[in-house]
Design a protein around this ligand. Structure first.
Ligand code: SER
Length: 659
């Protein structure tokens, strides 16, 4: 058996991370940096697993970066947020160590290395290990028993819910096999129940990624058999540091100490409730710091809402511990100090992180103050109970947390009608559901279906605004179809297109498609939007006249006036950024933008408001540049050449090889 470079057993989080990556690098894996927490994948809000950045590789949509890779990936999961701090091992932010094979080695090699790493590098005794396999995967069971030599009583078969891993309802998936640590091996090998988390902790998951699951749940073998593994860094740290839970490892405990110091309490002396609050603060402080670092700002939508929710929970738990002053910047500073060696970008983004934390905390403290005032008015009427509607209004309209309403009510000897609150919440959910456009979901399903097999659309629109194109696929009134008739709402995939597909913040083109039509009497399709499903352009519009079928030729014509306006607005975003850099702060980067035919919006991070005098300066600068009437040149070049020529790349954005 190969001997690793590490003599002693790794103990700290940093040592464990390094030992894992070294082990796999020595075995031919390319060590790659963690991808952003903001995934390049519309099906999830955040990077939830180490495999996520490689999803297009597993699906054969992108070339593999190497036959084997290894990473320590930043991840956030919020499905178990209520359990954070209550159990020994639930997190929002965590690091997943992984080794990946893209059509290279498979099950037997992955299992052997996982065992060698666990027993030799991490020095875990086989007496402390149990493995699970998917109940139908006899092959994995046999490898553990015959090749590795694991006691058959410590090989547990589990069903699909536990041992068949998928990144989501659709996408790459496969049976898996997990390694568990047994804290109480003295209880013996009989009647092992891996659900008993006072005895076992799962730390390494080996996924034999060999299928793609479609929307109907049908499994199709992938072109390659792959390996995707995940080893929870915090869990291995708990095991090797012999502490009772993940929060007391060196990866989080320093943050607990910081918060305890601010509250003037001692973690060890607190009851379970107080300890939970400190654990929540420790866990969430890492998450919010990393989220802001990767470009998320607090809002009421999507990722922004996740950040807001986590951040508010930190403030809430701080108040429960008696911290009555703003303290998030201190937690942010401590989080940066804790993680900056592994993630140096935290240092580069330090000011943005601290400013966003402080600003959002101040906003929440105002919310709390307003809510407390409103609640005081409700209480002044001397009710016998706080009604569900009142509590819900405070929560929904004013962002005032229910538990806080309950707490304040309790101080007055009152209760809150929780059933009424739930009913009001449910009614709200039903209203939201009714308002959601369910048609859009089925439409997206149909678009996914017709674009799945399509090749990337060749975009001709930089040079030409008119081009002959062939219809490759059609969605008619939300269903995949062979032909469309007059009046139908359609989505079309063409082989080539002069239409710009919405992307990089710029809206898709408008225009028309004209052709002979299915019956030879002419067809006109008005196109009012073009989107991209990965690299396939989807043209949406309506058949104004005639009918059209797959395989026919059309002449695609972009609306020149609209395109000109979108181009002008797009160029203006770059001018705006250049002016902001010159006037406000050379470090200003783009956080997002919207370019439509009639306006533009440019998002950027800046810890303070831009002053009116600066706005005037910016306006004058930009108008000056516009009247200089520089010639615009469009060039495609390799990304490295573009960077060398001084091109500005956007933070967090992924670029193709040719830009
Ligand atoms: N994708 C699997 C998991 O998240 C293994 O990395 O558990």
């Amino acid at each position: 058996m190969a001997v690793t470079a590490h003599t002693g057993r790794p103990r700290t989080g940093a040592e464990i991370r390094a030992a894992f990556l070294d082990f796999y690098e020595q075995r031919g894996h390319k060590a790659m940096a963690s991808a952003s927490l903001i995934p390049d994948d519309p099906t999830v809000l955040l990077t939830i697993a180490g495999m996520l950045p490689f999803k297009p590789v597993f699906l054969g949509q992108q070339p593999r970066p190497a036959p084997r890779a290894t990473t320590s990936q930043k991840c956030i999961r919020t499905n178990d947020i209520e359990n954070v701090g209550r159990t020994a091992r639930h997190h929002t932010f965590f690091e997943m160590l992984g080794n990946f094979s893209f059509g290279d080695y498979f099950k037997e090699q992955a299992i052997q290395w996982a065992w060698e790493l666990s027993t030799v590098v991490f020095g875990l005794s086989p007496q402390n290990l149990v493995v699970s396999v998917f109940r139908e995967d006899d092959e994995a069971g046999a490898i553990w028993r015959d090749v590795v030599g694991v006691n058959p009583k410590r090989i547990i078969r589990m069903d699909e819910a536990d041992n068949f891993w998928a990144s989501g309802p659709t996408g790459p998936c496969g049976p898996c096999s997990e390694i568990y640590y047994d804290f109480k091996p003295e209880l013996g090998d009989d009647g092992i129940d891996l659900e008993d988390d006072s005895r076992f902790i799962e730390f390494y998951n080996l996924v034999f990624m060999q299928y793609n699951r479609d929307a109907e749940g049908i499994l199709t073998p992938l072109a390659n058999r792959n390996i995707d593994t995940g080893l929870g860094l915090e869990r291995m740290a708990q095991i090797l540091q012999a502490v009772p839970n993940n929060y007391e490892t060196d990866l989080i405990y320093p943050l607990i100490e910081t918060a305890a110091g601010l509250a003037g309490v001692d973690y060890r002396g607190l009851d379970a409730k107080g300890q939970t609050s400190l654990k929540v603060i420790g866990d969430h402080s890492r998450a919010i710091t990393q989220l802001i670092c990767d470009g998320v700002t607090a809002s009421n939508l999507g990722r922004g809402y996740i950040l807001r929710r986590l951040l508010r929970r930190v403030v809430r738990h701080g108040r429960l511990l008696g911290i009555d002053k703003p303290f998030l910047a201190v937690m942010g500073e401590a989080s940066i100090a804790l993680m900056q060696v592994a993630y140096p970008q935290l240092l580069e983004r330090r000011e943005v992180i601290l400013a966003e934390l402080a600003r959002e905390e101040a906003r929440f403290l105002e919310t709390l103050e307003r809510g407390e005032k409103l609640l005081a008015e409700v209480l002044a009427a001397k009710p016998t109970q706080i009604s569900g509607e009142q509590a819900f209004e405070l929560y929904d309209t004013y962002g005032f947390p229910l538990e806080l309403t309950e707490e304040i009510a309790e101080e007055q000897g009152l209760t809150v009608d929780l059933a009424g609150f739930e009913a009001a919440m449910e009614a709200q959910r039903q209203r939201a559901k009714a308002a959601a456009v369910s048609i859009d979901l089925t439409l997206q399903g149909a678009i996914d279906q017709v674009t799945a097999a399509a090749a990337a659309t060749a975009f001709k629109g930089y040079e030409q605004l008119e081009h002959p194109c062939c219809v490759l696929a059609l969605v008619v009134n939300g269903e995949p179809a062979e032909r469309a008739g007059s009046g139908d709402a359609v989505q079309l995939v063409l082989d080539t297109t002069p239409f710009y597909g919405e992307g990089g913040g710029q809206v898709g083109d408008r225009g028309v498609l004209c052709g002979q039509g299915a019956d030879g009497t002419g067809v006109i399709v008005a196109i009012d939007g073009v989107s991209r499903n990965r690299s396939v352009f989807v043209h949406s519009g309506r058949i104004e006249r005639g009918s059209l079928a797959i395989g026919e030729l059309v002449n695609a014509q972009v609306d020149r006036a609209c395109r000109r306006r979108a181009q002008a607005n797009h160029t203006a975003t770059h001018l705006l950024q250049a002016a902001l850099k010159q006037v406000v702060d050379p470090g200003i980067g783009q956080a997002g933008s919207l370019v439509t035919f009639d306006r533009l919006r440019f998002d950027f991070h800046c810890p303070r408001a831009v002053a009116p005098a600066e706005l005037e300066q910016i306006e004058a600068l930009i108008n000056g540049w516009i009247s200089d009437a520089h010639t615009l040149q469009v060039q495609e070049m390799a990304i490295e050449a573009a960077k060398a020529a001084g091109a500005v790349a956007m933070f967090g954005e992924k670029y193709a090889e040719v830009v």
